[in-house]
Design a protein around this ligand. Sequence first.
Ligand SMILES: [Fe+2]
Length: 249
Amino acid sequence: MGASLYEPINVYKPLAPDIGIVDGPFEYLTVGGIRMPLPFTTRMTVVRLANGDLFLHSPIKFDETLAKELHGLGTVRHLVSPNQFHYAHIAEWARAFPETISWASPHVRQRARARHIDINFTRDLEAGAPEEWRGKIDQLLFPGGYFKEFIFFHKASSTLIVTDTIINLELDKISEPWRTAAKLTGMYHPYGEIFFGMRLPLLFQRGKAKSAIGKIHSWQPQRILLSHGRWFDADTDEVIQRIFGGPPR
Ligand SMILES: [Fe+2]
């Protein structure tokens, strides 16, 4: 069986007031500038802020109809790169919506430059949430060495928004070699795990990991959104406990 999408794609799927997701088209792994025939899916999260501005977490490939739909929901304002691997479509959205602010994750500028992807990042994400969304969304920098990423929490809906920190691939929706890789690393539904590349760095960053995991527990998420695979909307306490361990003492 080949890879399959989270249909329908490129449409806003509301999950709770002021928050929803948009499942995207296939993306392809690029190695040394060459696009490999290895499709995977990715997902964007959209949050509507108190002033009507929209926060686009990990924007998927730009799509005109989707842009119009989002424009009807609010003002497309914040284009967020949560880690240095999720940024490639920000420039397309920024061109369509020139009043947007593009938020950089650590090392993303260098990565984009090295790949000749021209993005004008206007602001940098920091450990604490900026004034623009502090009232609605909290955030933290999750350690993981090279793979570190910003994790967000939408307060009103108790939704944890991760990108690659948790991967939960559905084996029947992916093709080889992803299927074997998912099985070997344990990153598949319903077991979803911390991205394998983060696991070793986490061991060397115990202090930072402890504080990030403590904060995730303190948020008490009721839903976990993620970019690759099936997201979690049930038994979230157990999922958090299983993936991150108990609250640090
Ligand atoms: Fe990713």
